[in-house]
Design a protein around this ligand. Structure first.
Ligand code: COA
Length: 279
């Protein structure tokens, strides 16, 4: 085999992710929309280390699957989205393992935030601790009116470790974040909406329908421009403003190289609906 094709094979294999042997999550496809359901209803979908690892594998598999344009993330049943990290595991952890656990959780949530495709959190009940942190790593949050959100780690003598202190303060502001983090209080979906922690509140019966409606709307948009917008916002927020603006301008220029840009502008001028192909 030629040297170059061997390298290509290795490269391809590196990115091929299988979704075999999933015991804690379900992954379903509806056209360009994939739904990941954390499926441990007996423990209110608490995130064990094995569950986090399955989420990591699923996110990578869906990221590199060109047929998938939008992901919905939810919890099994109608009581809980995710009730946090698995407290059975937390209770056993040593300091070294605790640090490793937090770093792994942060890694998985970073993968979600920087997936380059919109991830919609459909918050169908308790989103506490790691569940609230996971929802905050998603691109858009829809909540059932019965949902409860919060960072109750303080009540266990610990603190958020999956990036929650940082994402919450960036999302709702330092003062409000500190109040939630220090009291550990659970707040209603309506209060979370008032604080800007969730984008929209709908009835529990409509939650998945609304999530799918939004997902299909987003799936029809040009995916390269969508990826650049997500990158410009999420990565740009981690840069100094002048650097972020240069980054934005560079992505703006790159978007101008796409067929989808030609189609979008042409369709407007021809007064017809654009058909985006993702190239
Ligand atoms: N880790 C492990 N197990 C959990 C869990 C978690 N984060 N959250 C809930 N469970 C388990 C409970 O231990 C219980 O198991 P059991 O039936 O074997 O006793 C089961 O899920 C149902 O929970 P329960 O507490 O009986 O339900 P509830 O309706 O009375 O209360 C909550 C719901 C969410 C308020 C409560 O479960 C809770 O406070 N959970 C922990 C939230 C938390 O602190 N998360 C942050 C972790 S860092």
């Amino acid at each position: 085999m030629a040297r170059e094709s061997r390298a290509t094979l290795r490269y391809t294999r590196f990115f091929v992710m299988t979704l075999d042997n999933l015991a804690n999550i379900l992954v379903e496809r509806d056209g360009a929309v994939a739904t990941i359901t954390v499926n441990r209803p007996k423990v209110l979908n608490a995130l064990s280390m094995a569950t986090l690892d399955e989420l990591r594998r699923a996110i990578l598999a869906l990221k590199y699957d060109a047929g998938v344009r939008v992901v919905i993330l939810t919890g099994a049943g109608d009581k809980s989205f995710i009730a946090g990290a698995d407290i059975n595991e937390l209770a056993q952890q040593t300091p070294v393992a605790g640090r490793e656990h937090a770093l792994r959780g942060q890694h998985v949530l970073d993968l979600i935030e920087h997936m380059g495709k919109p991830v919609i959190a459909a918050i169908n009940g308790y989103a506490l601790g790691g569940g609230c942190e996971l929802a905050m790593a998603c691109t858009i949050r829809l909540a059932a009116d019965t949902a409860k959100l919060g960072q109750p780690e303080i009540n266990l003598g610990i603190m958020p470790g999956y990036g929650g202190t940082q994402r919450l303060s960036r999302l709702i502001g330092r003062g409000r974040a500190l109040e939630l983090l220090l009291t550990g209080d659970q707040i209603t979906a309506a209060e979370a909406h008032r604080l800007g922690l969730v984008n929209r509140v709908v009835t529990g019966a409509n939650l998945m329908g609304e999530a799918h409606k939004l997902a299909h709307t987003l799936a029809a948009k040009p995916p390269i421009a969508m990826r650049y917008i997500i990158d410009a916002v999420n990565k740009g927020l981690q840069m100094a403003l002048p650097d972020a603006q240069v980054f934005e301008a560079t992505l703006f220029g790159l978007a101008a190289t796409t067929e989808d840009m030609r189609e979008g502008t042409k369709a407007f001028l021809e007064k017809r609906k654009p058909e985006f192909k993702g190239n």
